[in-house]
Design a protein around this ligand. Structure first.
Ligand code: PGA
Length: 250
């Protein structure tokens, strides 16, 4: 059901270079291929700034006839302590930025609970019960994280509660009135093994701030120092990279 991850794999991700307005179109093309072939696909969705224009492009294609309302959405992560109704929660982001414009009923939107002690195990069971994720969209942090798997995260990790890196809290302060101290200290995130169990993965990176992390993920050693490097253990990864984020690629 889910893709096998082999310890000895080191596969170069397929690279798609697209900048400006082409970025969202190139990423949406990859999503559309999966959605058009399986309208009730399980789509794993990243939050953050990077994918916003991609979701907007999908919503535009919906107005042109792409059927998106049968999709199930599975988020990567959630802040610990935020109520789902909180406008800064990822539950809110996924509903408002993705599900609503795509016509997806909120009953088909899944985000880990930021309030439950058993959120990690519950989410693993949920993903299994959905039959796994068909296509997982991930961003990359400046520190090489995927989801909230910060440097040090193991390739075998599953959905669990984690402590956020200081750099991540600074990077996400914009969503919390500009104050890094206001960003929750912990989150619940799909683990790296959880992410790698998706049948296909699309990595999105825009901006010069991501260039070092992208180069380390694509060309560096595969190690928990750069969690995104573990994506090279998966055979179906496409990275959509703009000129700035790709500026340090060979
Ligand atoms: P961003 O976040 O899209 O807001 O840059 C990506 C990430 O940290 O994974």
């Amino acid at each position: 059901m889910t893709a096998a991850v082999r310890e000895d794999l080191d596969l170069a991700p397929a690279l798609v270079r697209a900048s400006g307005e082409q970025f969202a179109r190139a990423a949406a093309d990859l999503l559309e291929r999966v959605i058009a072939g399986k309208p009730d696909a399980v789509l794993g969705v990243a939050t953050g700034d990077t994918p916003v224009p991609v979701y907007a492009e999908l919503a535009r294609r919906r107005t042109l006839g792409l059927r998106t309302d049968l999709l199930t959405l599975v988020a990567l992560d959630e802040y610990v302590g935020l109520d789902p109704a909180d406008a800064r929660s990822y539950q809110h982001y996924v509903r408002e930025e993705i599900a609503a414009p795509l016509g997806i009923p909120f009953g088909n939107v899944h985000v880990p609970s930021g309030l439950s002690e058993t959120a990690g195990d519950d989410y693993e069971r949920l993903i299994l019960s959905l039959g796994g994720v068909d296509l997982q969209v991930v961003g990359i942090g400046r520190n090489g994280h995927i989801g909230f798997n910060e440097p040090g995260a193991e390739v075998t990790s599953r959905t669990r509660r984690v402590e956020l890196a200081e750099s991540t809290r600074r990077a996400n302060a914009g969503f919390f009135g500009g104050d890094p101290e206001a960003v929750p200290t912990h989150a619940v995130t799909q683990g790296i093994a959880t992410i790698l169990s998706a049948r296909e993965i699309v990595l999105l990176a825009r901006g010069a701030g991501k260039a070092e992390a992208v180069a380390a993920a694509v060309h560096g050693e595969i190690s928990s120092a750069v969690p995104a490097s573990f994506l090279r253990r998966h055979a179906q990864v496409t990275a959509v990279i703009d000129d700035d984020a790709g500026g340090m690629l060979a």
